[in-house]
Design a protein around this ligand. Structure first.
Ligand SMILES: Nc1ncnc2c1ncn2[C@@H]1O[C@H](COP(=O)(O)OP(=O)(O)O)[C@@H](O)[C@H]1O
Ligand SMILES: [Mg+2]
Length: 220
């Protein structure tokens, strides 16, 4: 049997004596979907950042496809070696690079083949075919979001981490954002963890619904 795509084992993290994650354990199989809800400031972003390798833990471990990626405070696999992509509310686009370059640079950095071809295909699939030469600053909010997803997909992640990607949007735009997400999920076999404030989004995503409260991750 294959090891899970992601395994968290008794992951613990505190900031200034405040326990944010208290022995969190979880197994995510290839292609599985999870949502995580929970009050603001409860540690959801911290959990995703530790999975992505952007932050160390205090103790416990993160395993990716059977390889230890984080062991306590030791980052064993760098973020770009993990096959994990994260999309934040703040999209983190590269402002001086145009739409196509944003995606190509990412795919190139991941060492994947057919950089221009695949990057163009992904952008066209997400409705950005007419904007390839445009800089991110000249895109609408919805288009910029498409670009962030396109860039994540072009890196062919095994695991997609989505940190409240639609939280700042009004209800209509959030609805459109979720439709985009469904389109994105059709294009990938990656496992997904979606952090969301919105129980309706969690239900629409399907899969397993979790809640993080007082450092403990529990099924809803
Ligand atoms: N680098 C940091 N230094 C100190 N405290 C932090 C740091 N990152 C997060 N925190 C604190 O940890 C708690 C959890 O933050 P976060 O993971 O962003 O919560 P959530 O995403 O659930 O809103 C918050 O109280 C936040 O202030
Ligand atoms: Mg957060």
């Amino acid at each position: 049997m294959n090891p899970p795509q992601l395994a968290l084992s008794a992951l613990t993290k505190s900031f200034r004596q405040r326990v944010v994650l208290d022995h969190v354990s979880l197994a995510v199989e290839a292609g599985q979907r999870f949502s995580i809800q929970g009050p603001s400031g409860t540690g959801k972003t911290t959990l995703l950042r530790i999975i992505a390798g952007l932050e160390a833990a205090d103790s416990g471990s993160v395993w990716l496809a059977g390889k230890v990626a984080t062991e306590g405070a030791k980052i064993k696999l760098q973020p770009w070696q993990r096959g994990v992509q994260m999309v934040f509310q703040d999209l983190g686009l590269w402002p001086t690079r145009n739409v196509l370059q944003n995606v190509m640079d990412a795919r190139q950095a991941a060492g994947l083949p057919h950089v221009k071809e695949v990057s163009t295909q992904v952008l066209v699939a997400l409705g950005l075919g007419d904007f390839l030469k445009r800089k991110p600053g000249k895109l609408s909010g919805g288009e910029a979001r498409r670009l962030a997803f396109a860039r994540a997909l072009a890196m062919e992640p095994k695991l997609l981490l989505l940190d409240e990607p639609f939280a700042s949007l009004d209800p209509d735009a959030r609805h459109a954002g979720f439709e985009l997400l469904e389109q994105v999920l059709d294009q990938t076999s990656a496992a997904v963890i979606l952090v969301t404030h919105d129980p309706e989004e969690a239900t629409r995503l399907g899969g397993s619904q979790l809640r993080l409260v007082d450092g403990v991750l529990a099924c809803i």
